[in-house]
Write a protein that binds this ligand. Sequence first.
Ligand code: NI
Ligand code: MN
Length: 226
Amino acid sequence: MKITYYGHACLGIEIEDIRLIVDPFISGNPKAKHIDLEAIRADYILLTHAHGDHVLDVEAIVKNNPEAVIVSNAEITDYYADKGFQTHPMNHGGSWKFDFGKLKYTIAIHSSSFPDGTYGGQPGGFVIESKNKNIYIAGDTALTYDFKLIAMRTKLDLAILPIGNNFTMGIDDAVIASEFLECDKVMGYHYDTFGYIEIDHEYAVKRFYEKGKDLMLLSIGEAIEL
Ligand code: NI
Ligand code: MN
């Protein structure tokens, strides 16, 4: 599994020859100017919730990838199905076997409405259980005790957690989240994009390290192989 960080909460995930894009927000991110949105190929578009900083580039990606299937909660997929896009509706706690692995839509403590005011259902995250590796993409969320439930069901190889504070949990809560998730490998996201969510990188890495955990803060465009 290859994971590319496209900035903010946007991820590219390749599982064998299947390509997923999560929460596309590139054209609106001044820090991601070097990412070529037009070049992104996707078989699936996973959306955690409807906020603009997670769905801004859905249309642009579908234009270049008309067969891409949008996977999210039913309110979000209804919104895109009305535009004629391919969709797969889910809701919290449900999982489905896709060709890239088993995907579960998990709970998140946050809000979710589209930039045009349309109700976007309840926000979520995703657990992906692929052939070899299991990852959790938390979406925008507060720290919640429910993270323990994810660890009860899935042995995670990587947790992708928001660490920017203000709109989501911050560094110290994310350390506790990684303990609840029983996962020592963490990738931080949803930080530094704008003023409210700027973080101290050194402090963040140190806080995780003190608990025996590895925090990865990728450059925008950088990829890791799991
Ligand atoms: Ni949000
Ligand atoms: Mn957000």
